[in-house]
Design a protein around this ligand. Structure first.
Ligand code: NAD
Ligand code: ZN
Ligand code: ZN
Length: 346
């Protein structure tokens, strides 16, 4: 089968021919209908070889959806022909975090050598994807796989980040979204669907600011050294209750810290390498700073239910499998509007 692989440190991904996997006991083989392209893959491909925690070549893609093609012995909850989305942050299934569905925070994944598809295990940008356990599948029902597949990460990650701050997003509050890309444009819609907060989007690109407005941002502000002052201007000098940073670079985390209100939340989602110092007097009183990772299995079910209710719609650009390297190039250049989705069998 064809698979899009990261083969060599520093080199662009390539389309390769690899053996089609067979499901072992408890495993499920999917014929992939759609696979999303995330900026985290670019962060992984920019890491020096010694920081990679898995061997190459790696089949990319940690957002996957497909049709069950074959099931291993003991699989009971899904059948051949079912349309499903894949929960990506695989854990052990047994530890205290996994027992709560928080496999993104599995306590034993490292020790057991368990990694997500596309981030260690063979990923979804291939004709077939091997899923390690049926519990990592969520039925799609009538949802369109192409528009839904980004919700497994570009939806789930902001959903998890927003959910922990919901008590602060009361009427009259302000939420800031830094970076209106794949994750950010979904975050804006989630904030609008789940909260009465005023949403202020920041980006460096005029097209992304236009997309932010189109998907529901009340204000769209250029992300530069004056952005925090602009946010304070929009909030009567008080700052925002919640700042979600989907860039995470040194200048954006500084903006986040300078724009947050007393008792507000700064949530750094982007892998841009920035850090925000926390200490008495460095931030407004009792502001929190956190860097979450992905979301829980239950939260993915909730996000898909929200999509089913019509509350979120991902903007997608689609590509055939042979065009996947081009999709990565366009994402790297900041040209993708919404999410790039590969159709490996399309
Ligand atoms: P993307 O490329 O689709 O979107 C990034 C957006 O940020 C673009 O619109 C770009 O124009 C904008 N941007 C760039 N520099 C900016 C700046 N200085 N100020 C404001 N906006 C700026 O990327 P994505 O796939 O949405 O991923 C966003 C980030 O989240 C990446 O760093 C990715 O690695 C990370 N991520 C983290 C998790 C997690 O669990 N923590 C999960 C998924 C993705
Ligand atoms: Zn991702
Ligand atoms: Zn676990």
């Amino acid at each position: 089968m064809k698979a899009v692989q990261y083969v060599e440190p520093g080199a662009a991904p390539v389309v390769a021919e690899v053996p089609t996997p067979t499901p072992g006991p408890g495993q499920v083989l999917l014929k992939v209908t759609a696979a999303g392209v995330c900026h985290s893959d670019i962060a992984v491909m920019e890491m020096p070889a010694e920081r990679l925690s898995f061997p190459l070549p790696l089949t990319l893609g940690h957002e996957g959806a497909g049709i069950v093609a074959e099931v291993g012995d003991g699989v009971q909850a899904v059948r051949v022909g079912d349309a499903v989305a894949v929960y990506g942050p695989w854990g052990c299934g047994l530890c205290a975090k996994c027992a709560l569905g928080k496999e993104n925070y599995c306590l034993r994944a490292g020790e057991l050598g368990i990694s997500p598809p596309g981030l260690g295990a063979p990923g979804a940008i291939a004709e077939y994807l091997l899923v390690d356990h049926e519990r990592h599948l969520v039925p799609l029902g009538d949802l369109d796989p192409v528009e839904t597949v980004p919700l497994t990460d570009a939806g789930l990650t902001p959903y998890h980040a927003i959910k922990r701050s919901l008590p602060k997003l009361v009427p009259g509050s302000t939420a800031v979204v830094i970076g209106a890309g794949g994750l950010g444009h979904v975050a804006i819609q989630l904030l609008r669907a789940l909260t009465p907060a005023r949403v202020v989007a920041l980006d460096v690109s005029e097209e992304k600011l236009a997309l932010a407005r189109e998907v529901g941002a009340h204000e769209a502000v250029v992300s530069d050294a004056d952005a925090a002052a602009a946010i304070r201007g929009l909030t009567g000098g008080l700052g925002a209750e919640v700042v979600l940073d989907f860039v995470g670079a040194a200048p954006t985390v500084l903006t986040a810290g300078a724009a947050v209100q007393v008792e507000g939340d700064v949530t750094i989602v982007g892998l841009g390498g920035g850090a925000l110092p926390v200490g008495f007097g460095t931030l407004p009183f009792e502001a929190t700073v956190t860097a979450p990772y992905w979301g829980s299995r239950a939260e993915l079910i909730e996000v898909l239910d929200l999509a089913r209710a019509g509350a979120v719609k991902v903007h997608v650009e689609t590509y055939g499998i042979d065009e996947a390297p081009l999709a990565y190039k366009r994402l790297h250049e900041g040209k993708v509007r919404g999410r790039a989705v590969i159709l490996p069998n399309g």
